[in-house]
Every structure is written in structure tokens, then in C-alpha cells.
Design a protein. Structure first.
Length: 109
């Protein structure tokens, strides 16, 4: 049984002991359950949604690039959140345009 290297330890306080940092035994069982969700046929169904959100992100980052200091963390978080809402819940929230969404603001903390 192979254990993760010490490099993964610093991630545990941030992301817990999920799939990325779990031991090989846990990883194998969890990966077996999740594997069908990431089959190429399943992911292909979401390409339009990912493309839509990615294009919105590109526009936001192009605007940010005009500034002296480029802030990319918030737009990346909002893009990921928008993609998750649309793929998991089927709800388009346009988090990158509507920055006043309470839950989106909570993600920034």
C-alpha cells in the first residue's frame, strides 16, 4: 500500500481528506465510485456549459488585464462556482456578471 508523500499534508487543513489527499486505500474505493461520473461521454454533455462559463471568464480577465494589478482568484472562484451550479443543479447563475450573489460573496472569504 502506497501512502501520499508529505507534500500533500499541507493541503489537508484546506481541503480535508478528500480524494486528492486520501490514503491509497480510501483513494481506490472513492475513485471506483466516482469514475463513471468522469467518463468522456458524460463530460461531453457539459462542454457547452463549460464553454459558456469559460468565455465569460475570458471577458472578465481581459478587463482585469487593463489594470496595473490583475486579480484572478475571485474570477476563477466565481467561474468554478458558476460551472458547478450549472452542471450539478442545472441552474445558470452568471456569477461572473452578478457579483452581488450572497453565496458567491461567501466563497470569497
Amino acid at each position: 500500500m502506497t501512502e501520499k508523500s508529505f507534500h500533500y499534508e499541507w493541503m489537508k487543513p484546506v481541503i480535508g481528506t478528500g480524494l486528492i489527499v486520501s490514503s491509497s486505500g480510501k483513494w481506490k474505493s472513492r475513485r471506483k465510485v466516482l469514475n463513471p461520473c468522469f467518463h468522456s461521454d458524460i463530460l461531453r454533455c457539459y462542454l457547452n456549459k463549460f464553454n459558456y462559463t469559460s468565455q465569460k471568464l475570458v471577458k472578465v480577465l481581459q478587463e482585469e488585464a487593463q489594470k496595473d494589478f490583475v486579480e484572478i482568484l475571485d474570477p476563477l472562484i466565481l467561474c468554478a462556482f458558476a460551472s458547478m451550479c450549472e452542471t450539478i443543479f442545472g441552474t445558470k447563475i452568471d456569477a461572473l456578471e452578478n457579483k452581488n450573489i450572497q453565496f458567491s460573496n461567501s466563497l470569497k472569504r
